[in-house]
Design a protein around this ligand. Structure first.
Ligand code: BGP
Length: 479
């Protein structure tokens, strides 16, 4: 008998700004993702004090604006997902397709119609849509004119957006998430909060204020969903990197615990438990702040309490380690974050430390803490694929990575964890968030497109495509 429960949601995950393309079609407005420069230095460029959200076509290279042109290929792509046997497909709605400037009161019907078509296509293949309402694609106008999420007005704009899409799709979509990797702003506040240096990216007060506004907005979306239809499930979505103390030194253990609270748990503690955690003052004090420095009110705090999320979605790619005594200076990269090198782990080509056991630990830690269903909504290995002359990719490295992580999930289920589903990231190759390029690929499906935007855009099944199909067929790995 399979460990994975009947109805387990096997699928894959993507985000609008990284795959749709059609960035000026169907009445779509610009989003902050459109204004991020392409290339490996994109985060460094954005971190410059004079970065001002101007779309500079010279710095702006393809394939950022192209994505993989899902906008015109969605039928073909969803048919390929169906061929693998997907039970669900996680995607996001580009806010600026629905409200091009973010602050309108009336939605863009053409944008709504596009997601009608995507959702209906999924349902025709018996694939359950799982929607991220906001995934690193704030309408550019909300960043430029209002300064991003630190501005209180965004709560209202988001509520209008969330109400619009929830109302439109509630009859067909059960699973929702309010913000992708909401806690990632601790490392890089541009993508999740629309904060750049000129609008206060380096100012922690703005980050905490933006979070508070997002928490309130998220609670409002939960309220709307629950009032609309019984059974709608709205989750949070956090970036989770299991964190270890580098050694048994109690000083490192304590530093790790505090890092964990601040970086992994702070946002989900508020969104799941409905209140700011006890360690809030300590975390704020680290940045010279007090809770009173934030603009909050009793009505908002009551809303957080009343409308916690229904489940916890999280991304898991890697783990990190904490060392504070100077014993090692060897650092590593990671998913928007780094840490010291863990001698027990190998790393991906981008230096992300591969750690399947860390996923089992993550699942146990999150379930012990919250006792609410968990959903692994991102996981995967970014790699440079080398297709043969027929565009076939033998991606055994990817299969191996995913296999180990599926084993870890099975272990956690046996440990008693309530796990709803698994949607590996970038189930079809798409543009990387951190590099803005195509060459960092995660997919089961190869897309013929390079970093300069050259290629036929044709889709090809990789070896992992057939492997994942078998996993889903078996409802887990074969014994
Ligand atoms: C997560 C994001 C995704 C995705 C993924 C892989 O942080 O939610 O949008 O891109 O990481 O990251 P990258 O594309 O940088 O390899």
């Amino acid at each position: 008998m399979s460990t994975f429960p009947k109805g387990f949601l096997w699928g894959g995950a993507t985000a609008a700004n990284q795959l749709e393309g059609g960035y000026q079609e169907g009445g779509r407005g610009l989003s902050i993702a459109d204004a991020l420069p392409g290339g490996k230095d994109r985060f460094k460029i954005v971190a410059q004090p004079d970065f001002d959200w101007t779309i500079d076509e010279d710095k702006y290279t393809y394939p950022n604006h192209l994505g993989i042109d899902f906008y015109h290929h969605y039928k073909e792509d969803i048919a390929l997902f169906a061929e693998m046997g997907f039970k669900c497909y996680r995607f996001s709605i580009a806010w600026s397709r629905i409200f091009p400037n973010g602050d309108e009161t009336q939605p863009n019907e053409e944008g709504l119609k596009f997601y009608d078509d995507v959702i209906n296509e999924c349902l025709a293949h018996e694939i359950e849509p799982v929607i991220t309402i906001s995934h690193y694609e704030l309408p550019l106008n909300l960043a430029k004119k209002y300064g991003g999420w630190k501005n209180h007005y965004l709560i209202e704009f988001y509520e209008t957006f969330a109400r619009t899409v929830l109302t439109r799709y509630a009859d067909r979509v059960k699973y929702w998430m309010t913000f992708n990797e909401i806690n990632s702003a601790a490392h890089f506040p541009v993508m999740g909060q629309g904060l750049v240096p000129s609008t206060g990216a380096n100012d922690k007060q703005n980050v905490f204020q933006a979070w508070h506004n997002q928490f309130v907005a998220s609670a409002k979306a939960v309220k709307v969903a629950h009032e609309l239809k019984q059974g709608l499930q709205v989750g949070c979505m956090i970036l989770y990197a299991t964190s270890y103390s580098y050694d048994a030194n109690p000083v490192n253990q304590l530093a790790n615990l505090q890092d964990n609270q601040e970086l992994n748990f702070f946002c989900s503690d508020v969104q799941v438990r409905g209140a700011y955690p006890a360690y809030t003052d300590r975390v704020l004090a680290k940045y010279g702040l007090k809770f009173d420095d934030l603009e909050t009110n009793d009505g908002e705090l009551a809303l957080l309490k009343q409308y916690p999320v229904d489940y916890i979605g999280f991304s898991y790619y890697m783990s990190s380690a904490v060392e504070t005594t100077g014993k090692t200076n060897e650092t590593v990269n990671g998913n928007l974050m780094g840490g010291v090198k863990n001698p027990f782990l190998q790393a991906s080509d981008w230096g992300w430390q591969i750690d399947p056991t860390g996923l089992r630990i993550a699942l146990n830690e999150l379930y012990d803490r919250y006792q609410k269903p968990l959903f692994v909504v991102e996981n995967g290995l970014g790699a440079i694929d080398k297709p043969d002359k027929d565009f076939y990719v033998e991606d055994d490295y990817r299969i191996d990575y995913l296999k180990q992580h599926i084993k870890a999930m099975a272990g956690a289920i046996d440990d008693g964890v309530d796990l709803m589903g698994y949607t590996p990231w970038g189930c079809i190759d798409l543009v990387s968030a951190s590099t803005g390029e195509m060459s960092k690929r995660y997919g089961f499906i190869y897309v013929d497109l390079d970093d300069e935007g050259h290629g036929t855009m044709k889709r090809y099944r990789k070896k992992s495509f057939y492997w994942y199909k078998d996993v889903i067929d078996n409802n887990g790995l074969e014994p």
